[in-house]
Design a protein around this ligand. Structure first.
Ligand SMILES: [Zn+2]
Length: 316
């Protein structure tokens, strides 16, 4: 049975929204500890997701989501809070699942380098620089070409170097194209698009061009396949997320970026479409279906966990 690492989910935000203090059982959503084990998960990245338009205090909201993860780990035998490669390996050898804390929307950094250091101390492993609004790092993806061309702020540029030094993975999903190229030029470490697909197949501004896929691959980074219908379907239709479309995007990323550039970033609990792979316990079915469509076992291992393991080893 193949294990896997998922670089993005919004389960913590859902838990806070629904007033849950932990996610051992969270059956009306896509991820909980019980089903991560059923799905043979090696590691799950849990994002503290911030919508600036709704959040009164992004830092407080992040702390509340972090607390849900800490409560979950405290009440679980199998889930371990982790922020580095050696613990990931130890946990895996002991049959435990690693939980990585990440942030989706760097607005809570508030343009302060010392805040980045504090977040690192609190166990944050990755920051998705922007969500769909501008913040201290830069600007989001946009259908407006002038917006899309905007690069990182001065703070954002400096912060990339700081994150490289501290050991926080830089995530370009949701970022403007201009911001993407600033990260590609500045980052000395591998960086990721934790949950993005191919613009060549589905022309959504959230997806990556072939040049971007190549740039991530050249830096030793990874692209996490996103399960959202909007980012999979060539007509950008919102209704249905299928294995066929996931396979198409996976194949394209591998063709353009190479087998070492592909990973998984389900976006579970942040997406609302009808999913053929609806929850973490069904992940083995995805790998089975990819194998049926001709992907060999060695390639599947790179896709499922090996490439993200390498990025964790290089950065954390
Ligand atoms: Zn997202």
């Amino acid at each position: 049975m193949i294990s896997y690492i998922d670089m993005h989910c919004d389960t913590l935000a859902e838990a806070v929204e629904l007033g849950r203090d932990k996610i051992i059982h969270f059956n009306d959503r896509a991820i909980d500890v019980v089903r991560l084990e059923e799905g043979h998960c090696e590691a799950q990245f849990f994002a503290a997701y911030i919508d600036q338009d709704k959040s009164k205090d992004p830092y407080e909201d992040y702390m509340a989501m972090r607390q849900v993860l800490l409560n979950t780990v405290a009440h679980s035998r199998n889930l371990k809070f982790t922020n580095n490669y050696s613990e990931l390996s130890k946990n895996f050898a002991a049959g435990k699942i690693s939980a990585f804390l990440t942030i989706e929307n760097g607005c809570l950094v508030e343009g302060r380098m010392e805040r980045l250091k504090k977040l690192k101390k609190q166990g944050v492993s990755l920051i998705t620089l922007t969500w769909n609004q501008a913040n201290c790092f830069g600007f989001p993806h946009s259908s407006d070409s002038a917006e899309m061309a905007k690069g990182l702020t001065d703070f954002g540029k400096e912060a990339i170097e700081e994150m490289n030094g501290l050991g926080i993975i830089v995530d370009v999903s949701h970022l403007s194209d201009g911001g993407f190229w600033d990260v590609a030029n500045i980052s000395k470490k591998p960086f990721v698009a934790s949950h993005s697909n191919c613009r060549n197949i589905a022309p959504h501004t959230r997806n990556l061009t072939d040049e971007m896929i190549k740039a991530i691959a050249e830096k030793g980074g990874v692209i996490g396949l996103n399960f959202a219908a909007d980012f999979l379907n060539p007509d950008l239709s919102h209704e249905k997320s299928t294995v066929d479309k996931l396979f198409l995007h996976a194949k394209h990323i591998i063709e353009v970026g190479g087998i070492e550039s592909i990973g998984i970033g389900t976006d579970f609990d942040g997406i609302t479409c009808k999913l053929e792979i609806p929850s973490c316990d069904k992940m083995p079915l995805l790998f089975e279906e990819f194998e049926k469509r001709g992907m060999n076992h060695a390639s599947l291992e790179y896709l499922a966990y090996k490439n993200v393991e390498r990025v964790i080893k290089d950065c954390l």
